[in-house]
Design a protein around this ligand. Structure first.
Ligand code: GUN
Length: 293
């Protein structure tokens, strides 16, 4: 049976370090790291994630600000808010929760966030720094950064000689994840919905990272014995066994069958999810310490 990678425990360690760093900054500079989270509309899942981010920011000792805007907010109003937060010296990190309502231009807003406050790592400046191997001066997108920490916890810092397969090619996750694995010397394959014979591509993976948003898509016979599996999916499915109308969370990996083949595997929930929030806090304290010199 695979070792289950405890993302909650790993996240708690990151949070403890961040909380110390935050207190040290406040002691030395008299300023608390400031994180502004912006959410537009009433998507229930997004509100749950944002509430968790704001709560954790407070727990880390940050100045935690949440802007909840109505679903009919205009592009101009949202851009004006981002510009105000960019100019606010008390705010060191800005996160605009995605997806935005369909009438808004997500990419336009994302690129308006000042790169040095872009704790999501989505600005082209930060994406470009990762692409060119600069991991020192930019900010790395939170879910890939957290996933990478779990990979390194399982396998060590140097992934030389290992085949990594990332399923999913989003800017938010798949692309930066592939670049981080590459930087750690893995041989990386990017697979996606148009890839042919996904099963045999995955079967070659010493490190298999799934981020497709399809419930339990990765099956046991896709998995190389002993592989490290990182499941980035968070899918809500009906759970009639829990009662009428009840649901449960599952990943993109069929956990109970794959854990019999893999060497180590992240659970859903309790794997990558807690790491995303922890890395957001880590990025915020890094942004604050850079800003405060
Ligand atoms: N929606 C789902 N994940 C994320 C994330 O990491 N950042 C933002 N801004 N929105 C998200």
């Amino acid at each position: 049976m695979a070792t289950v990678i405890d993302g909650k425990l790993a996240a708690e360690k990151v949070i403890a370090t961040v909380t110390q760093a935050s207190a040290a900054l406040e002691g030395q500079k008299g300023v608390r790291p400031g994180l502004a989270v912006v959410i537009v509309g009433d998507d229930a899942a997004s509100h749950t994630y944002v509430a968790a981010k704001s709560r954790m920011a407070k727990q880390c000792g940050f100045n935690s600000i949440q802007h909840s805007l109505p679903g009919d907010t205009t592009q101009e109003a949202l851009e004006a808010l981002v510009a105000e937060l960019n100019a606010d010296p008390a705010i060191h990190g800005i996160l605009v929760q995605l997806p935005l309502p369909k009438n808004l231009d997500s990419e336009g807003v994302t690129q308006l966030v000042a790169p040095e406050k872009d704790v999501d790592g989505l600005h082209v400046v930060n994406a470009g720094k990762i692409a060119t191997g600069d991991f020192e001066t930019g900010l790395v997108s939170c879910t890939p950064a957290g996933s990478m920490l779990l990979v390194k916890q399982a396998l060590g810092d140097d992934l030389s000689g290992l085949n990594a397969v990332v399923i999913g090619r989003s800017n938010l996750f798949g692309k930066p994840m592939a670049l981080l694995l590459l930087a750690a010397n893995a041989t990386v394959t990017m697979a996606h919905s148009r890839s042919k014979d996904l099963a045999s591509i995955c079967k070659n993976a010493d490190i298999l990272v799934a981020a497709v948003g399809r419930s339990e898509m990765v099956k046991a016979d896709w998995v190389k014995p002993g592989a490290t599996i990182i499941d980035v999916g968070i899918n809500r499915i009906p759970a009639p066994e829990k009662g009428v109308g009840k649901t449960r969370l599952v990943g993109d990996v069929a956990f109970s069958e794959c854990e019999k083949v893999a060497g180590s595997i992240t659970p859903v929930p309790g794997g990558v999810g807690p790491m995303t929030i922890a890395m957001l806090m880590a990025n915020t304290v890094v942004a604050a310490s850079r800003a405060l010199g």
